[in-house]
Design a protein around this ligand. Structure first.
Ligand code: URA
Length: 215
């Protein structure tokens, strides 16, 4: 099998065998991610927690239940999307992933994106956001979609708060619920509405002058 032809199953296998960083040592199961290989929308979180590590599946604990509920609110089935994390093995005590761990795990997520070719990536939390739009604050950019070029393809990045953060405060919860309602408009309108129409504007940001912000 050529390097470009590797499948999602092959990536999961590589994650299961991965020893590129020490995280695998203290885990129960790898959590490579799961979902529709042809998903239009991909959700990318931070790292597996306790329940995810037990089950080998992403977002199955309390934050996952909230994600399920949010998906229901926009009438999107979990089986239609792909859900993954920046880091594929659980960090001890759910600590934040280290830069070295994120870097070691990067190729797996990059390959998944390459294979799935989603129209939209919803970043959940700041580690996922940092991967696609470095140097911005989640509190300032959540709910604001923009194009980012990945492997020569423009993908809409829609930054959102992490569901676990929403569970800790009603303010964040409300913002996450509102931001979620923006997803269908991008899915439904992409073919029908030219992106240059009045619903969009060019934004020359400091971090990437070529990006487009959709409002
Ligand atoms: N939090 C995450 O970032 N990812 C999961 O899979 C579960 C909780």
């Amino acid at each position: 099998m050529g390097e470009m032809e590797i499948s999602l199953a092959e990536i999961a296998q590589r994650v299961a065998n991965c020893q590129k960083c020490p995280l695998y040592k203290n885990t129960t199961k790898p959590v490579p991610g799961e979902g529709n290989p042809k998903a239009e929308v991909m959700f990318i979180g931070e790292a597996p927690g306790f329940n995810e590590d037990q089950q080998g599946r992403p977002f199955v604990g309390r934050a996952g239940k909230l994600l399920d509920e949010l998906l229901s609110s926009i009438k999107v089935a979990r089986s239609d999307v792909f859900i993954a994390n920046v880091v594929k093995h659980r960090p001890p005590e759910n600590r934040e992933p280290l830069p070295t761990e994120i870097e070691a795990c990067r190729e797996y997520l990059d390959r998944q994106i390459e294979i799935i070719q989603p129209k939209i990536i919803v970043t959940l939390g700041r580690f996922s956001l940092e991967k696609f739009i470095p140097g911005v604050k989640i509190s300032q950019v959540h709910g604001l979609a923009r194009f980012v070029e990945i492997n020569g393809r423009k993908i809409i990045i829609l930054p959102m708060f992490h569901p676990a953060a929403a569970l800790r405060g009603a303010g964040v919860m409300n913002m996450l619920r509102q931001d979620f309602l923006k997803i269908p408009q991008f899915l439904d309108n992409q073919e029908k509405v030219p992106l240059e129409n009045s619903a969009t504007k060019e934004e020359n940001t400091k971090d990437n002058g070529s990006q487009l912000t959709l409002i």
